[in-house]
Design a protein around this ligand. Structure first.
Ligand SMILES: Nc1nc2c(ncn2[C@@H]2O[C@H](COP(=O)(O)OP(=O)(O)OP(=O)(O)O)[C@@H](O)[C@H]2O)c(=O)[nH]1
Ligand SMILES: [Mg+2]
Length: 420
């Protein structure tokens, strides 16, 4: 999605960093959201309804949350609802049919999905039933060769589906310029013949909110399991397309994000919302935050700190706590760049086991500092400042872990989040 949400994200960040927000600030940020959504081709009426619901949710929210927290929670929950559901792509034997208008990306997507299943260890066949476009069969055949999948042409289709030799059989159908009766009749016949387990509707992101009409028309003839939005990467109208599908309860399975066969992502509504809000994707954040459980058992050490920096690049704690606005975090400590991580690595490599376990002893000894600096190619001052950063982080983590009220707050904000 071309980043039309960047201005909103900036405003939202400002909103979050403000101290003592008022109802007026809330109104303003919701206005910004409306502007952004409408610019992304989201239906105006849907947009207004959404912000109304957000306001209502803020009003109804339990006591115990600050206004800022209520806004974050309401926005997150309502937007997650607004941008529909993600279709769970199961890894099992099945026949999938792709349908859609001319040039929507069906053939490319057939190969992309084939590639996706192959990478997960399933065998794949691609079948083309497109007899409209002269080169269609050849196009899919070549793509099948690229991903090492079996190819069947239109005359072999019926037999291949019956035999089910491959785990996942993906059928690419012909498109048409317009949604006419002829196309729909043809698709219905194919559907009845081939009896696929899944039907995916392929839609280019740029159709925006019109997706609702197209999807409804297709869906009235063939039950659509999920949609795939192609050309997501460059479109300013993806918001419109996605919210339209959400409205008619068609989940989204994948996003096409480029011409290459690897340019396919599973659709995760939470990631999208996280991106819009400029916040961490809570689910993946929670995934990533798990190692912190060790910290509770007093295992926070220079080594675990470094391991976390390396694994997360930025410490997830900082994202989480600064988002909830609980602590004024020393961002320079927790959001570490690649270079800083390398420095930590060099320093740790020059330390003895004992020093790693108990860096306090380094701080107290000029000769240790000297030795480590020499061994790591850092200046003595750098060693001291890295250690100080570590001590500040350690203090913060301890404070965070001992603050039961805060942990409770996080748990309330993020259902499913368990730290203890
Ligand atoms: N940038 C970008 N291009 C895409 C994406 N998906 C498909 N395309 C391009 O869109 C064009 C049409 O793709 P096809 O896969 O041939 O579309 P189709 O629906 O099979 O077209 P017909 O068979 O003519 O109905 C090709 O140039 C693809 O490379 C995507 O996610 N991003
Ligand atoms: Mg095609």
């Amino acid at each position: 999605m071309s980043d039309i949400f960047s201005i909103f994200r900036k405003n939202f960040r400002n909103f979050l960093s403000k101290i003592g927000i008022t109802d007026k600030d809330v109104k303003e940020i919701l206005k910004e959201l409306q502007k952004t959504l409408i610019a992304s081709d989201v239906d105006v009426k849907l947009t207004l309804e959404l912000t109304k619901r957000v306001e209502q949710r803020i009003l109804n929210e339990e006591k115990g949350f600050t206004l800022k927290e209520k806004v974050v929670k309401a926005l997150y929950e309502e937007l997650t609802e607004f941008f529909g559901s993600s279709y769970k792509v199961e890894l099992k034997k099945k026949v999938i049919v792709l349908i859609g208008l001319y040039g929507s990306g069906k053939t490319t997507t057939a190969a992309k999905i084939g590639n996706y299943f192959k990478k997960k260890g399933l065998s794949v066949a691609l079948i083309s039933t497109d007899t409209e476009r002269p080169a269609a069969q050849e196009q899919l055949k070549q793509l099948a060769a690229k991903i090492n999948a079996t190819f069947y042409n239109v005359t072999q289709a019926q037999q291949a589906v019956k035999a089910r030799k491959e785990d996942v059989i993906i059928i690419d159908t012909a498109g048409k310029n317009a949604l006419d009766k002829e196309l729909l009749d043809k698709l219905r016949k194919e559907y009845e013949n081939l009896k696929p387990e899944e039907v995916f509707l392929v839609l280019p992101a740029d159709i925006g909110k019109i997706a609702i009409e197209q999807a409804s028309a297709f869906n009235s003839v063939i039950p659509i399991n999920a949609a795939i939005i192609t050309r997501f990467e460059g479109s300013g109208k993806a918001g419109g397309a996605i919210s339209a599908l959400a409205r008619i309860k068609i989940p989204i399975a994948f996003l096409g994000t480029g011409e290459k066969l690897e340019a396919l992502q599973e659709y995760h509504v939470k990631s999208l919302v996280a991106k819009i809000l400029g916040m961490p994707d809570f689910d993946s954040l929670i995934e990533r935050i798990k190692p912190i459980e060790n910290i509770e058992q007093n295992e926070f050490s220079l080594e675990t700190f470094y391991a976390q920096l390396k694994a997360f690049k930025s410490n997830p704690l900082s994202e989480l706590t600064s988002m909830i606005g609980l602590y004024d975090l020393p961002k320079d400590v927790l959001i570490q760049g690649e270079e800083k991580i390398k420095k930590y690595e060099a320093m740790i490599n020059s330390m003895t086991k004992e020093e790693r376990k108990n860096p306090e002893i380094v701080k107290k000894s000029q000769s240790r500092i000297k030795r480590i600096a020499k061994g790591s190619g850092l200046s003595e001052q750098e060693v001291i400042s890295l250690l100080n950063e570590y001590f500040r982080a350690e203090k913060l983590v301890k404070k965070l872990m001992s603050d039961k009220g805060m942990l409770k707050k996080i748990q309330k904000m993020l259902p499913g989040f368990k730290i203890a």
